[in-house]
Design a protein around this ligand. Structure first.
Ligand SMILES: [Zn+2]
Length: 152
């Protein structure tokens, strides 16, 4: 499948660079396009939803499979496995959320130099991160990690 026909399956498509696009993710309620689509030199098309939806689900939602984003060639000389990132979106956001708390505590300590405008902007940043966190898929925490958290 070429990039044009793939893009025709998605809404809100915008070109962000050479062979790079964003679109609205069909799996979650996606007001600002969070689905990145990239055309690779080898004929593959990579999709990544920054909100954390699985590419397989994104493709399925528009009636496609991985086979549709693979180069059209006979045989299987290259088997393609989608890469799983080591951290999912929720883990990253939870980390950012925690760091933001640290920042806000420090900001309070230095409040002498901060003004209302800074304060409002900081609150906006916090609420945006929380919104992103809510949009992230539920974290499947391994039982051993849960045990560590309970012990802490
Ligand atoms: Zn999504």
């Amino acid at each position: 499948m070429n990039i044009e026909s793939l893009l025709s399956h998605f809404d809100g498509v915008k070109e962000t660079g050479y062979g790079k696009y964003v679109a609205r993710c069909p799996v979650h309620e996606d007001r600002s396009p969070s689905l990145a689509i990239k055309e690779c030199g080898d004929g593959r098309i990579l999709l990544h939803d920054f909100a954390g939806c699985q590419t397989e689900d994104v493709l399925a939602a528009v009636g496609l499979t991985f086979a549709d984003v693979m180069p059209e060639r006979i045989g299987t000389e290259h088997s393609y496995k989608p890469l799983r990132s080591r951290f999912d979106a929720r883990q990253v956001l939870e980390c950012i959320s925690h760091e933001l708390m640290v920042v806000s505590i420090l900001a309070e300590r230095y409040a002498k130099v901060a003004n209302d405008e800074d304060d409002k902007r900081l609150m906006l940043a916090a609420s945006r991160i929380n919104t992103a966190l809510k949009a992230a898929p539920p974290l499947r925490t391994p039982p051993e990690i849960k045990a560590i958290r309970r012990a802490a």
